[in-house]
Structures are given as C-alpha cells and as structure tokens.
Design a protein. Structure first.
Length: 366
C-alpha cells in the first residue's frame, strides 16, 4: 500500500482512503474490516466528522480509530448565488488556500431530464497556463488531496434540500485533473463506491487539456467519461493558447484519443472554446470535422466568457450556430454550452478570480 496520507496533526486522513485501504489500515483491529465498512459509511453517507458519533461501533474501537485517523471537512468560506440558480462554493483549505466548486441546475426539457451538475476542482490553481483561462493566471500552488476532491461533492450535497440531489459530477473546475492523477483516481474510487457516494461512472466526467499518457492511465483505473479541451484545429493555433501543445501535438493527442479504450456506448467529449476572430471560421469547422475522424466523439462548443482581463471576444450567436451546423451536417453530434453563473464569476474560465482579487463584472449575460 502507498504511504498513507497524513493530516497536519500526524493522523492518517481517513477521507483520503478507499474502502479497501481503510480496511487494510484497520486489519490489526479485531473485526477491523467490518468496523472499517461501518466507519466508511458513517463518513461518506452520513457526513460524520468524529468517530465518537458513530453508532454501531464499540467504544474501544472508536477510540482506537480516533487515535490513528482524522476526518477532515472542507470549510465553506463563501457561497454565492447567481440570478440563474447557479451556486458557487468557495472553500477555505486547512493551509489557508481557497478552491471553488460550482453547482449548476438545469431544469431539462422534452428530451432531457433535469440535472444538477457539480463542477469540481482538482488543484489549487493550475500549471497548464492556457492563455485565455483566468485560473491559468494563478499558476499551480498545490494538488488537492483525495479527501479535498471527494469532499466537495459530500459537503455540497449536505446543503441541498430533501428534493435535490447532485446528478452529475464534472472535473471542469480549477486545476488540471490529470496533472493530479493519483489523488484523482482515489477520489473517483470514493465517489463511485456504493458504500460511499455511489455515483454512476456514466454521470462523472473528467476534463483534460490532453495529457496523453495520463489519459491511458485514467482509463485503466476508472470507467468515468473523458472530455478533452481541444480549442484549436492546427498545432500553430493551439500552441498560441495552450502551451501543452508543445509537449503533445494535435496528432499525438488525437492518436491518444483513438487509442483510448472507450467503454461500450461511450464517446469522448471535445470541448471547443470559441474565440471571435481566432478559431471560429468555416475553415476551422472543417478542420475540426477532419480531426474527429475515427474517434467516437461529441463536440461541446463553449462561446468564450468575456472578462475584463482579456481582450478576447465571444463570437456572435449566428457564428456559433453556423459552426455547429457545419459539424452536425458532417455527422458530428454537437452541443452549445450555455453560459451560467457569470454574475458570480462561476462560469468556465472564471474560477479563482475571487482569490486573485479581480473585479467581478456586474452585468451577467445568461
Ligand atoms: N484543465 C482541465 C479542466 C478545466 S475545464 C481542462 O482544461 O479541460 C475548464 C474548461 O473551460 C476548459 O474546457 C477550458 O478550455 C474552458 N475555458 C477556460 N476559460 C474559458 C472562458 N473564458 N470561456 C469559456 N471557456 C473557458
């Protein structure tokens, strides 16, 4: 077993362990495996923060556990409510850093059921330095622990009413999830475990700038959905906005996508942030069609969320529609992401803004 993750007080972080790891760590305790299962359910299904509160476990075992394990909890620093129903949770970590999670309600329509999606962070800041993304300005401070990743879903769900349940989890918040792969995989294990948060792998999506070797490792470890932030259709163009292109060319990335062991009936989502005058021409649309050859894919167009710190403009609705039309008429299933939570700086590419002390625009375009 890898070195067990420790808390600042020296005890093991029980919330960073998978059930199997907690059971192994408790093996020396008499009936340790059963006690571990009970404790695990108390932690993840009832939100227990102390062993003392755990019913069904004898006092001596609880004390034994309490001496060795701690149960950390994310502290909410602020919760911001958008006019459109989006909620942004800013968490204060034990070392004073902040991360954000965004809860996005979607009422659904005739063809799709209502959804409540939680957009989760994987790192404090981000090292990928994509030029158009505000989180990229922060640089990387540190990786989140498995506990800090998975606890975002638990703590947000504890604020919900009896009728509400988070239906989808997307790793599209702060950070590059595949740059924190070991902790991400453990967190996914916890999120999907029926004895913990019990999410279906069909409802969990990890988004990446395209760290090709890590994509394969993720596939080997977890059956969740993959999304790739493509954002450009030639190497020269992608290099201008995504430095990772110097490491993995578009060819290498698309080869990695074709080799990705997609489970039955799944497709890779390609996110394409549309920036006016940069990557929205009909030539771009045609090159995107060509790039998608041989990959089971769907494309998600994200009209750029404008902000005072970049002079990048969002293309007109007509341009976005024309771009979508070209893809769809070439057989590529293509959706347009609705902008949500702009008034609370919760939209794509806006996370970490509060931490930077940047001005938050007053007008919301929702
Ligand atoms: N690092 C991962 C996870 C973050 S996902 C990744 O890049 O995939 C965040 C998404 O928001 C990415 O697809 C990114 O391209 C997009 N994005 C960043 N800034 C944006 C902005 N200002 N407007 C719209 N989308 C943006």
């Amino acid at each position: 077993m890898p070195l067990l993750p420790k808390l600042p007080d020296g005890r093991v972080d029980a919330k960073s362990l998978t059930l199997a790891e907690l059971q192994a760590a408790m093996a020396e305790l008499e009936k340790g495996s059963g006690r571990a299962l009970r404790a695990y359910k108390h932690i993840w299904q009832r939100g227990a923060t102390r062993f003392a509160d755990m019913g069904g476990i004898d006092k001596a075992s609880r004390r034994w556990m309490d001496e060795r394990f701690g149960i950390p909890t994310l502290e909410p620093a602020t919760v911001l409510h958008s006019r459109d129903g989006t909620r942004k949770f800013v968490w204060r970590l034990h070392d004073g850093h902040h991360i954000e999670s965004v809860l996005i309600p979607d009422p659904g329509n005739e063809v799709s059921r209502p959804r409540l999606t939680l957009c989760m962070s994987s790192q404090v800041g981000c090292a990928m330095a994509c030029t158009f993304c505000l989180t990229g300005d922060l640089g990387l401070t540190r990786n989140l622990t498995p506990s800090e990743i998975a606890d975002q879903a638990l703590q947000v769900s504890r604020t919900l009413g009896p009728e509400e349940r988070i239906t989808n989890l997307v790793f599209m918040g702060m950070g590059e999830p595949l740059h924190n792969l070991t902790h991400l995989i453990r967190a996914l294990d916890i999120l999907l475990d029926e004895h913990a948060l019990n999410y279906s792998h069909r409802k969990v999506t990890v988004s990446t700038v395209g760290l090709v070797p890590q994509m394969q490792k993720l596939a080997a470890a977890s059956p969740v959905n993959l999304a790739v932030s493509l954002n450009a259709t030639t190497d020269a163009q992608r290099r201008q906005i995504m430095p990772i292109t110097r490491r993995y060319s578009l060819d290498a990335l698309m080869e990695g996508c074709r080799a990705f062991p997609l489970p039955h009936a799944k497709r890779i989502t390609f996110e394409y942030v549309m920036m006016d005058g940069f990557n929205c021409s009909m030539d771009d649309a045609e090159r995107l069609v060509q790039l998608m050859r041989g990959v089971r894919s769907k494309v998600n167009l994200i009209p750029y969320n404008e902000n005072p710190n970049r002079d990048i403009l969002r293309p007109s609705d007509a341009r976005v529609k024309a771009f979508q039309h070209h893809l769809v008429s070439n057989g590529i299933s293509t959706s347009i992401r609705t902008t949500r939570g702009t008034d609370i700086s919760a939209a794509c590419g806006q996370l970490g803004k509060a931490a930077q002390g940047l001005r938050i625009p007053e007008a919301a375009s929702v």
